[in-house]
Write a protein that binds this ligand. Structure first.
Ligand code: AN7
Length: 368
């Protein structure tokens, strides 16, 4: 009896893990919620901010580069931050069904949170351009998946129209609650670093996330939780760069299917962010994206999806412009497991196949 007690006490003493309640409960005072809001959560948020030595050293100048690994959210992308808010508010408003267009991650996240809130989820996706992991998620979470012979921009036009005519709530980033949830990542970065970074590097598709981060950085700055604002650096794939070229791209193309978007809905907001933060938008090639993607995997043990690697690829492209002694955060928006095809086709691994099952043959292959 006393023995058991001792063990129990020592367990208690050594307890370091604290349960994270999810971002709505954690940041309630900063969010448009009340006691009446039902909180639909998968305990998203609180993702790690990880120092990246290889990229810091490649830039030099005593620069510190971190990644905000938002691919570690419950459905593997930053969308969960926005979705917990959008779905909770939809539930508060007695909504029974939600709809979105998606290059993949929004559909996975919308499906998971809608089901948790006991709602139907309709997701429109561009046929043939959604990574396997994301499609698998939408199916497993029980979404009603509608695949169209058209790109994301066309799908978004359709769901916007449907949501105005039928009782379904739109949960793309035109839904303002999405951005409210996503701004919490900026709060976490400031809390981790003790201040805002000098640069925030981020991939852009519809440009909801860059707008949300800027909102978060501004709010904490206003409340003196930081004493500076970052420059916002937004990156797009060169075949899909409407915000860089400031024109609609009708046939966007890139290996980073998550950001294969030619007509971003948050265009005006994004341009405002660029102006207010003295930021910059830049296009990077698929080759540059894949180089950064491989570097994060091979040198750092971090597996992100190609769209996310755009943030690091963009930073490396701008390395000569990085001020010395600065602190930089690159947002890794999605998990590498989302897109296994890209991983299998883009790596420099040594992969011996078809060996005889003998010690001799294995050792021979190891070239010890
Ligand atoms: C991994 O899922 O638009 O600039 O439909 O999945 O806020 O649009 C995804 C976008 C970056 C771009 N990284 O964010 C969708 C979708 C990843 C993404 C973006 C997306 P926004």
């Amino acid at each position: 009896m006393s023995f058991i007690k001792t063990i129990k006490n020592s367990f208690k003493k050594n307890t370091v893990h604290k349960t994270w309640p999810g971002l709505i409960e954690a940041y309630m005072q900063w969010l448009p919620v009340s006691e009446k809001t039902p909180i639909i959560t998968l305990q998203e948020g609180a993702t790690p901010l990880i120092y990246i030595r290889s990229v810091s050293e490649e830039i030099g100048k005593n620069v510190k580069v971190y990644v905000k690994y938002d691919g570690l959210n419950p459905t593997g992308s930053f969308k969960d931050r926005g979705m917990t808010m959008a779905i909770s508010k939809a539930k508060e408003n007695n909504c029974e069904a939600v709809i979105c267009a998606s290059t993949g991650n929004t559909s996975a996240s919308a499906a998971a949170y809608a089901k948790r809130g006991n709602m139907r989820a309709f997701v429109l996706i561009p046929e043939g351009y959604v990574a396997q992991g994301k499609l698998a998620q939408a199916l497993v979470y029980g979404a009603e998946v509608i695949s169209i012979n058209g790109n994301f921009d066309k799908a978004l036009d359709i769901v916007r129209e449907i949501s105005t005519q039928y009782p379904v709530t739109l949960v793309n980033s035109v839904n303002p609650f999405r951005l409210e949830g996503q701004k919490t990542s900026a709060f976490e970065i400031i809390e981790s670093l003790g201040n805002a970074p000098d640069w925030l590097c981020i991939p852009m598709g519809n440009a909801g996330n860059i707008s949300a981060y800027w909102m978060g950085f501004q709010e904490y700055f206003k409340h003196k939780r930081s004493d500076k604002l970052p420059r916002m650096l937004g990156f797009q794939a060169s075949g899909s760069a409407p915000l860089v070229h400031e024109k609609i791209i009708h046939e966007p193309q890139t290996i980073a299917t998550a950001i294969r978007i030619g007509n971003p809905v948050n265009r005006e907001k994004a341009l405002k962010v660029k102006k207010e933060s003295n930021g910059k938008f830049l296009a990077i090639t698929d080759e540059e994206i894949i180089r950064a993607y491989k570097l994060l995997g091979e040198k750092e043990g971090i597996f992100c999806e190609p769209a996310s690697a755009a943030s690091v690829a963009g930073l490396l492209k701008l390395k000569r412009e990085v001020p010395k002694d600065s602190t930089i955060v690159c947002v890794l928006t999605g998990n590498g497991l989302k897109d296994p095809d890209c991983a299998i086709n883009n790596n420099d691994a040594i992969f011996h196949t078809n060996l005889d099952p003998t010690i001799n043959d294995v050792v021979k292959a190891m070239k010890l």
